[in-house]
Ligand binder design. Structure first.
Ligand code: CA
Length: 637
């Protein structure tokens, strides 16, 4: 049977012609006070327009560009163009090009600026934080507007990058103990009108416009092109000073549309995948999918990520629908980013949202993570074994006291590696371990997608609709699995203050009253924040939870025999050089207490019944030990 994806011979030649170009698409504008050089990789002659304004107003100058190489066009404009705006036009509509580094309001025109002037004071001393092992990361996924927009946040720069420079925000994150913020798309996206930010508008930002410019609506002045760049850097600088990394959510797998995209308006067809009948393939579920295996797109992704690392000091990337991209590109990115700084961490969604016009075995899917050393993927096995499947909000799992998910949770606890005590035939999705190292698995129970934890617990577990104490117990139980996993723990912002989204599953454009964090909850449910903080501290103080190596996990992590809907494990013999000899973690998803047999002796309790404290909560004897329903117990001998 003829596969539905193929590259015709003519298309192969077309790709060859692009390979030489791929290296030069990133310097579309070279500014000096005397003159500015404009350059574009395009198949036909572009027209360059210069404007005084970022939006509206008359064209100040029109210039034909000259061919300097095959499909390379160039022109030099004399004089100081700083503060001017520009577009290219090959007859497909005006575009700031594919690699604008500064844009006018709403991103329709490129801006000529002097990048030297966009650095905050002391930027030369800012550097990425080092990372002994990715296992040490504790990732906090957040949206700028969710985090700061509500009055209760008491933050001044509501919905802005600068909120994360404010002492109260920094203090909250530091006190919680996270060491990396993963910010939802923060490059220039299309759906929020930057000219009208006084009217509340909300979007997650998975509709990319200009990949290499910060989003204007998150800046205090979107009309001033250098402002968003400066403020983004101020955010990075403030977080770095606090010991917190900045991870960027990057969405290279699709664009807002094809016809209006900068890719298509610059070099038609070069950046997208098409099916055999010539229609745009839709592996992203958003109407189009990019073609990372094509030279221009591959090089674009690579240079874009390197640019964020070099210019903005970004510490990591979360690659949206990584399963749309090809393995070879992801490995190339890993290699070249490591050459700049091996501390930069890369992870992604190991799936696509539809079928891609590229062979499955070549895609950066979860099942192929073993072929991508140094790259991690989210574990929906652990997530759904705890709370139930993505496809049905009402269906519960382990947290609902339902047996049969123990093996999936165990797999997640190991970091989705091969472990002699995990029977992968009983794991929910993966029928074999997909990670070579535990640091290739992101451990989580909720993220911006679908319901937050509180809503999910309410939707799927009857007593949670009227019993807040049950919600809290189950929330803390779920996160105990996440934070004691050998994978890399990841949490959605606001779970530590018992956020809810009023039951909305897909809140990508829901109003603030759905998406905002209510900071008052910190006072209403102080025990929730205290538990998260205590639990994170236990992980940070104890290398046993962060072994970072599959052989060490197999050597030191032992599962204990248990009853249904209980998972228990031991991290034994000073795992990872831990000062504690043997650590026991027991997770009980049942509504009632269960018992477990531990060796005789004295134990110190560090987490139990909604409290977590590394220094100890009390002592107990071994033997037959009771664990309350919907509870996590952590002890050491
Ligand atoms: Ca925008």
């Amino acid at each position: 049977m003829k596969p539905k994806y193929y590259s015709a011979l003519a298309f192969g030649a077309f790709l060859m012609s692009q390979t030489a170009l791929a290296q030069t698409q990133f310097n579309e504008v070279q500014y000096t006070p005397n003159s500015t050089v404009f350059k574009l990789n395009a198949p036909t002659k572009p027209l360059l327009r210069i404007y005084n304004a970022g939006k509206g107003g008359k064209v100040e100058k029109k210039m034909k560009m000259k061919k300097t190489a095959n499909n390379v066009w160039e022109t030099t404009v004399s004089g100081d163009l700083k503060g001017k705006f520009y577009t290219f036009d090959i007859g497909k509509g005006e575009t700031p090009g594919v690699f604008a580094k500064a844009v006018g309001i709403n991103g329709q025109r490129g801006a000529v600026i002097d990048m030297q002037t966009t650095n905050p004071k002391g930027w030369e001393n800012d550097s990425r934080l080092t990372l002994k092992s990715p296992a040490d990361l504790i990732i906090y996924e957040m949206h700028h507007r969710d985090f700061s927009i509500d009055a209760s946040s008491e933050l001044v720069n509501k919905g802005k990058f600068l909120a994360l420079t404010e002492p109260k925000a920094i203090q909250h994150l530091k006190s919680l103990g996270i060491n990396a913020v993963h910010i939802l798309p923060s490059y220039d996206y299309a759906s929020v009108d930057e000219t009208n930010t006084s009217t509340p508008q909300y979007n997650w930002g998975y509709d990319p416009l200009n990949y290499n410019v910060p989003e204007g609506s998150y800046a205090t002045n979107a009309a001033l092109p250098s402002q968003r760049i400066l403020e983004f850097k101020q955010m990075v600088q403030a977080l770095h000073k606090a010991g917190i990394r900045v991870i960027l959510d990057v969405v290279y797998n699709h664009t807002f549309d094809i016809a209006g995209s900068n890719f298509e308006r610059t070099y038609p067809k070069a950046y997208y995948r098409y099916t055999a009948d010539g229609k745009p393939s839709n592996g992203s579920g958003c109407g189009n999918e990019t073609a990372s295996e094509h030279p221009l797109m591959r090089q674009f992704m690579l240079e874009s990520m390197k640019y964020w690392v070099n210019e903005y000091h970004i510490d990591g990337f979360r690659v949206d629908l990584m399963g749309v991209h090809d393995i070879e590109t992801m490995n190339l990115i890993r290699k070249e980013i490591s050459a700049i700084d091996p501390n930069v961490f890369i992870y992604g969604e190991g799936w696509s949202a539809g079928s891609c016009a590229y062979p499955t075995e070549k895609l950066a899917l979860k099942a192929n993570v073993k072929q991508m050393p140094g790259i991690a993927a989210f574990s929906d096995e652990l997530r759904d074994a705890l709370r139930g499947p993505f496809s049905d909000d009402k269906q519960a799992a382990f947290l609902g006291g339902i047996a049969g998910f123990e093996e999936s949770i165990k797999a997640g606890i190991t970091g989705m590696i091969a472990h002699p005590q995990v029977d992968y035939t009983k794991v929910n999705y993966a029928k074999e371990p997909w990670a070579t190292q535990p640091t290739q698995m992101i451990s989580y129970v909720s993220c911006h997608d679908d319901m937050c934890l509180v809503d999910r617990i309410k939707a799927s577990i009857p007593e949670a609709t009227y019993d807040t104490e049950a919600i809290i117990r189950l929330n803390l139980l779920a996160q105990t699995a996440v934070f004691t996993s050998q994978g890399i723990p990841f949490m959605l912002s606001g779970e530590e203050m018992l956020r809810d989204k009023k039951g909305v599953h897909n809140s990508f454009n829901s109003p603030d009253e759905i998406n905002h964090l209510d900071w008052n909850n910190l006072n209403v449910y102080p025990q929730v924040f205290a538990y998260y903080k205590g639990l994170i501290n236990i992980r940070k103080q104890h290398p046993a939870f962060r072994l970072g190596n599959a052989d060490l996990v197999r050597k030191h992590l032992e599962f204990l025999p248990v009853q249904d809907c209980v998972v228990a494990f031991k991290l034994k013999n000073h795992a990872g050089g831990d000062k504690w000899n043997n650590i026991y973690v027991i997770l009980n998803g049942n509504r009632d207490l269960r018992t477990i047999n531990l060796p005789q002796g004295k134990y110190t309790i560090v987490a139990n019944n909604g409290e977590a404290n590394e220094a100890g909560l009390g002592e107990m004897e071994g033997g037959e030990v009771m664990i309350d329903g919907q509870n996590a117990l952590i002890l050491h001998d």
